[in-house]
Design a protein around this ligand. Sequence first.
Ligand SMILES: [Fe+2]
Ligand SMILES: [Fe+2]
Length: 142
Amino acid sequence: MITQDQLPMVAMTSMNDTHLEDIIIINKLSEAVVNKDTVLTNSILEELIEHTITHFSGEEEMMREKSFPPYLVHKGEHDRVLNELKAIAQGFSQSDGDFQLVMAYVDGSLIPWLINHIQTLDTVTAMFLQNGLSPCSSGRQG
Ligand SMILES: [Fe+2]
Ligand SMILES: [Fe+2]
């Protein structure tokens, strides 16, 4: 579980809204796992994959439009985590109700990653997209 006050805020409202939607789905997933509801867990994992694809591709499109210099670094993290999430969803659907797999992933990997990712790459990306501030710039000149 992740509470809304644990969610770091960035300089773009649309990104914050997407992140909020993300944690709502993640918490629904945790609840389905705690209730050991196999059908619901499978369907929320699919929902989370779909939402994550939209979330990541939306950020990547904005970064490409504005030629964000560390685009490939940010996209690389997205690709890695999306593949990990897909592997967990596949692992769960092929298992005989391995709720521990999903719980360990959500609490031990996905949530800590999401918080860290928003605090670092998403934060500098939002600053750049919103204000034209480069992550490499040393401040305003003159
Ligand atoms: Fe994000
Ligand atoms: Fe991101």
